[in-house]
Design a protein around this ligand. Structure first.
Ligand code: DLL
Length: 432
């Protein structure tokens, strides 16, 4: 199912033309109305007239999180506050929150993009959509809400938390589609098991999950436990919120809304644009945003772009499932480790739960990675010898999969902290 065929299936040539005219407009607007962009561009010796085709984008300077900090809270806005109808912001775990502003037109585009994402995940006007991303300054809740309303579905604005009540709502109100973080979908599953309710009494068919990295094996886990189809949605506060890219029924990458965003992949160290198909950092330029246009924003998210035609008929390029953030990458004795790699290996081993944490310490000047994994109730009641065998097997598979020695610690069921939003996968004691 496709929400907006005209835009989502636009022939490539037309899309290129549309992108170029929108790019030129965006670059002129930021140059004329945002002093921070003007001074960066002047310093780099480029101006809007230098942008004559899409490849000229590479001459423009990058925008980074630091620019958001330097211009906190509203310095990057390209419209007067009287045109702003909404302000959202990120949680700001590493310093000041990142602030995003929206005009009415931006809000309408955002709803359109989330309508596309939800449609890709199977939503129709007949759906009952439970939004369990947090409502508030976080973009998940309201983004999902507006998209669901645009489709004409019935929205349950449950917001995050109170898992028991969430499961009750799902059951009693006949939720067909759930929007939340993938880790929370599993927390809800545990609660469902505890509830003693019968799966056949639920109408739950599919889920749209995002806001944190999750592996293909995590998808399988969620799909087989809940017996649903699980789809990925990507976004970030600065870009607009969720809906920048999302999966279709093929589940072979996330279609990037190319009529609204232009993507590049760069080498995170050198900043050089990488050849098509290589994996690197995603850099996004917005094409329609009014309040907070972004030119070459470094997302820190690592992925690759696929422009092969997709069987669903959409022409928009796909980004591969996000591997992780470059700043979530652990460097353990020189080897790069992402939590998503650990997750992918762990979930192939029977008897363990998709609940894990990476704990990094520095012992005698050497980094040590301990992976704590929950075992299933059944395995936990096994003999000690069996548990030791399982621990040894996990160690072996992680060692060979990651290329470094990892300590493994099996922990009791339900001991790793559950999150209602983004799961905390890393505890890095080296920084303390
Ligand atoms: O997480 C927006 C969102 C809400 C996306 C609901 C999807 C669903 P932020 O809090 O600003 O915004 O965090 C953005 O989260 O740069 C990625 O590192 C990560 N992220 C978001 N979606 C995905 C995903 C929202 N599908 C940051 N896969 C991004 C992997 C994701 N990582």
């Amino acid at each position: 199912m496709i929400w907006n065929k005209e835009q989502e299936c636009m022939p490539r040539e037309e899309l290129d033309k549309l992108q170029l005219s929108r790019l030129k407009d965006t670059v002129s607007r930021v140059y004329d109305s945002v002093p921070a962009y003007k001074s960066k561009m002047d310093e780099a010796g480029v101006n809007p007239r230098d942008i004559n085709n899409l490849a000229d984008l590479k001459y423009l300077p990058f925008l980074t999180k630091q620019d958001f900090r330097d211009n906190y809270p509203f310095g990057l806005l390209a419209v007067p506050m009287r045109d702003v109808v909404r302000i959202q912001s990120s949680s700001g775990t590493t310093g000041k929150p990142t602030v995003a502003g929206y005009t009415q037109h931006d809000i309408e585009n955002w709803a359109e993009l989330m309508a596309r994402a939800l449609t890709g995940a199977g939503a129709t006007a007949d759906s009952i959509i439970q939004i369990t991303w947090g409502y508030g300054l976080f973009t998940g809740g309201l983004g999902g809400h507006y998209g669901a309303e645009k489709i004409g579905a019935a929205v349950l604005p449950a917001s995050g938390g109170n898992t028991r009540r969430q499961v009750m709502l799902m059951h009693d109100y006949g939720t067909t589609l759930l929007g939340c973080t993938p880790s929370y979908a599993l927390v809800m599953y545990e609660e469902f098991l505890k509830s003693g309710l019968d799966r056949s009494e639920f109408k739950f068919k599919s889920g749209l999950f995002g806001a944190e990295p999750w592996s293909e094996n995590m998808r399988k886990e969620i799909e087989s436990k809940w017996e649903i189809d699980a789809y990925d949605v990507y976004g970030m506060t600065e870009l607009i919120g969720p809906g920048v890219a999302s999966e279709c029924a093929c589940k072979q990458g996330l279609h990037l809304a190319e009529d609204h965003f232009l993507a590049e992949i760069i080498d995170p160290d050198s900043g050089a644009v990488l050849p098509y198909g290589e994996r690197g950092e995603l850099v996004i330029t917005s094409l329609t945003k009014q309040a907070l246009p972004l030119v070459r924003y470094r997302t820190r998210d690592l992925t690759q772009i696929n422009r092969q035609p997709c069987a669903c008929g959409r022409t928009h390029a796909r980004i591969q499932k996000i591997l992780g953030r470059s700043d979530d990458m652990l460097i353990i004795r020189g080897v790069n480790v992402f939590p998503s790699m650990v997750e992918s290996i762990l979930l192939q081993i029977p008897g363990i739960e998709p609940q894990y944490q990476l704990v990094v310490d520095r012992v005698n000047n050497l980094d040590r990675l301990e992976v704590q994994v929950e075992v299933s109730e059944q395995v936990f009641s096994d003999e000690v010898r069996r548990l030791e065998e399982l621990e040894a097997r996990i160690s072996r598979e992680l060692d060979s999969g990651l290329g470094i020695a990892v300590r493994v610690r099996l922990v009791e069921p339900r001991t790793i902290e559950r999150s209602e939003g983004k799961a905390k996968r890393i505890i890095d004691n080296r920084k303390l």
